[in-house]
Design a protein around this ligand. Structure first.
Ligand code: XMP
Length: 512
């Protein structure tokens, strides 16, 4: 068993980030609801507890509360923002609205620290912290001292060393807080006494043993999309149960250039039954003349299930259906409650159609970056591990309007050049998602001495951490110029190229 930390979620927007930071320190943690009972907490046996921030005021009648007993368990606690105010409130301190006396703080704030505190060991006595609070602790509970302050906030950090209770008014988990990761590291190692036994190597061994135990001699079926999650899952299952696993890879013909072959090649040497279904024509005929994006999605989703079902029938009854659910899906569904079946077409809905006994989700406790680490640990190829996200409906939603085989080919060729040049420029791991869009709009151009009337291609590149908001990537002009030049010269039927400079919101990342 690993040493564990519990992150109690009070509805803060950074709850997942805190958990990731803890895991980056090689300490395993889980995010649980603040409603988790004392009995459950004791059973979980955490080495430390972290309270997240949250949008409420502690004195709101409906605000999330916590029992005083939690502070009597003898387990170190770190309260962050709302969590800090709540700790103070419950233990007899005073929290007031900072708005009335203009002491609320938002953004980067100079903060002075007492570096003899265990929490601030090794950090400079003055750093920038990220504050975001409209309430303020105005009196600390007895037994506590202030260990940091800013201009407006006398209690930017509080602590009771003897009881191992610590609170931070600011957010150590966000990158704007200088040395924030070190503070979390200090909490885990100096205060909770963690040794750091969470690594992907140990996780892989444990997960493989668990899968073997659960699956026994049963048959496992996996819908492989070629994306990071399903690829890593395939690798993990292959190591665990070898050819008891069948992966069905439905190639809908709307993948990027050569992608179907790349996915197939990546698994060529693995011990799995790999079934590739080339269903391009089947999808294309269903999509003929369809222009409405949601209708495209629906058709592709339904057709995918049909193809998968046809293949699954050939295998007969399977015992387990593997799903690539990952931890953010689990947290979003309510702090570790029920399993989530992703709504994406490539997995959603399958359980209704395929004959199986049980679902297994071996990645459900991992964050995306951990899934990648696991992939590397298992020896999966870089092509798959570092694949940028690709939507289930594929190029269908990157060809505006109706889809034809000709347009797919044009887009595949242009997109391949874009990706190649971004890689040459060394930007492929910095831009989180980048692709070409065939706008289906035509405009006039001139080539040689002749007039052309051809398609406009749009390039999209975004930087983002969560794909919920995004900025357009600042690709240097010379790189854009080279891409543009190559595409118009090498790909027929494109005579104009534009770069999408909108953020999300108000745009979305995909064009459809
Ligand atoms: P948007 O366009 O909503 O995209 O800003 C956010 C992220 O979701 C991906 N995306 C999809 N993924 N099925 C998927 O599996 C879809 O229908 C779909 N639509 C958008 C998109 O590529 C981006 O990463």
């Amino acid at each position: 068993m690993h040493e564990k930390v519990m992150v109690l979620d009070f509805g803060g927007q950074y709850n997942q980030l805190i958990a990731r930071r803890v895991r980056e320190c090689n300490v395993y943690c889980e995010v649980k609801s603040y409603k988790t009972s004392i009995e459950e907490i004791k059973k979980f046996d955490p080495k430390g507890i972290i309270f997240t921030g949250g949008p409420n005021s502690v004195y709101d009648p409906d605000s999330p509360q916590i029992s005083k007993e939690i502070f009597e368990l003898g387990v170190p606690v770190l309260g962050i923002c709302y969590g800090c105010q709540l700790m103070s409130h419950v233990l007899g301190g005073k929290v007031e609205s900072a708005e009335s006396n203009d002491t609320s703080e938002y953004g980067m704030t100079r903060t002075e620290f007492k570096t003899d505190s265990k929490l601030f060991k090794g950090i400079p006595s003055e750093c920038t912290t990220w504050m975001s609070h409209t309430d303020l602790i105005t009196a600390i509970p007895s037994g506590f001292v202030s260990s940091a302050h800013s201009e407006k906030c006398p209690y930017a950090a509080i602590e009771n060393e003897e009881r191992a209770l610590y609170g931070l008014q600011f957010h150590p988990e966000v990158m704007h807080t200088e040395h924030g990761s070190e503070m979390l590291h200090n909490f885990l190692y100096e205060i909770c006494g963690c040794k750091g036994d969470w690594s992907m190597q140990s996780y892989a061994q444990t997960a493989i043993a668990q899968i073997r135990k659960q699956v026994g001699s049963g048959k496992v079926l996996l819908a492989l999309s070629g994306g990071v999650d399903s690829s890593v899952l395939a690798a993990l299952l292959s190591k665990a149960v070898g050819n008891q696993l069948t992966c069905i890879f439905v190639d809908h013909g709307l993948m990027r250039k050569n992608e179907g072959d790349e996915v197939e090649a990546a698994f060529a040497d693995w011990d799995v039954n790999f079934v590739r279904v080339n269903a391009g024509e089947r999808f294309l005929s269903k999509l003929a003349g369809v222009t409405e994006p949601e209708k495209k999605r629906k058709i592709i989703g339904e057709e995918f299930i049909r193809v998968f079902e046809d293949e699954a029938k050939k295998i007969g009854k399977v015992d387990f259906l593997a799903q690539g659910t990952i931890y953010p899906d689990v947290i979003e569904s309510g702090s570790g409650d029920a399993a989530v079946i992703k709504s994406h077409h490539n997995v959603g809905g399958l359980p209704d159609y395929v004959d199986f006994k049980e679902i297994i989700e071996p990645l459900r406790l991992l964050f995306k970056d951990e899934v990648r680490k696991l992939g590397i640990e298992l020896g999966l190829s870089d092509v798959l591990v570092w694949r940028q996200p690709f939507p289930g409906p594929g190029l269908a939603i990157r060809i505006i309007g109706d889809i034809t085989a000709e347009k797919i080919e044009i887009l595949q060729n242009a997109d391949a050049i874009f990706r190649e040049e971004i890689a040459i420029a060394g930007m492929d791991r910095d831009i989180n998602q980048y692709f070409a869009v065939l706008t289906s709009m035509r405009s006039v151009g001139v080539m040689g001495d002749s007039r052309t009337y051809d398609y406009t291609l749009a390039l999209r590149g975004v930087t983002t951490t969560d794909f919920m908001t995004a900025d357009f990537a600042k690709i240097p002009y010379d790189v854009l110029a080279k891409i543009s030049n190559r595409i118009v010269n090498e790909v027929s039927n494109i005579n104009r190229i534009v770069y999408d400079i909108t953020t999300k919101p108000p745009s979305t990342i995909e064009w459809e």
